[in-house]
Design a protein around this ligand. Structure first.
Ligand SMILES: [Zn+2]
Length: 226
């Protein structure tokens, strides 16, 4: 398992290369897209370790989700004029705490490190889950695809790096080759739990169906198969 900083650095490098490639091939539409791709690959690169309880990625994602969730409730209240004052004081912070410690705890309970988050279907789930997240921002299909693929590339870089680190032991300038037990647990098609594997493939099928229009638009050759 590589360190958080290593994953993030590699994610930023692949994000930069992806952005550069999109500019050179004139794939993207909006001028700020390379920056978005850079950020997307960064997020993708730390996303797999979300399953590691108490890890930095887990804390980053759930703390931000709690702040955003609490703020969303507060914003919703500002639109409703007749809400009593104590609701304002209690419900937004409680919502934030529920997200951080309630949903966060449930998430920790149902995920195991190096489980489905460290797998090849995991890459496609992360990639295809990005368009629904971006659905309320008006973006061209090609730009949505560019951001989504950047998340996928960042995710892939994480798994490749985990596999490399399970063979090579990097210590300063000395590199030892030592195959660890974790070798082969990142680049897999399944996870130890059959039920979780099945649920992941089901989710993947749902996401392919959800994104069918975008997939056809971006890759017109696929039209024959849908
Ligand atoms: Zn990992």
């Amino acid at each position: 398992m590589a360190a958080f900083q290593t994953h993030v650095t590699v994610g930023l490098v692949v994000g930069y290369i992806a952005g550069l490639f999109a500019v050179v091939t004139q794939w993207i539409v909006a001028p700020f897209m390379p920056l978005c791709m850079f950020a997307a690959a960064f997020i993708g690169a730390f996303l797999p370790d979300l399953d590691s309880n108490y890890s930095k990625p887990f804390n980053i994602v759930f703390s931000h989700a709690a702040i955003i969730g609490g703020s969303a409730v507060f914003f919703y209240f500002t639109l409703q004029k007749t809400i009593p004052w104590f609701y304002w004081g209690i419900i937004p912070p409680v919502s934030a705490l529920v997200i951080r410690y309630g949903i966060g705890k449930i998430f920790q309970k149902f995920t195991t490190h190096r489980g489905i988050f460290h797998s090849i279907p995991g890459i496609f789930i992360a990639t295809l889950a990005t368009p629904p997240v971006l659905s309320f921002i008006p973006l061209a299909s090609k730009d949505v695809a560019a951001i989504s693929m950047s998340v996928g590339i960042g995710f892939l870089s994480h798994l490749v790096l985990d596999e490399i680190c399970s063979i090579f032991d990097f210590k300063g300038f000395k590199t030892k080759i030592k195959v660890k037990r974790s070798f082969g647990t990142a680049m897999t098609f399944t996870c130890p739990s059959a039920a979780v594997t099945l649920a992941a493939y089901f989710l993947l099928a749902v996401l392919i169906f959800y994104n069918r229009q975008l997939l056809i638009e971006v890759f017109p050759g696929l039209n024959v198969h849908f």
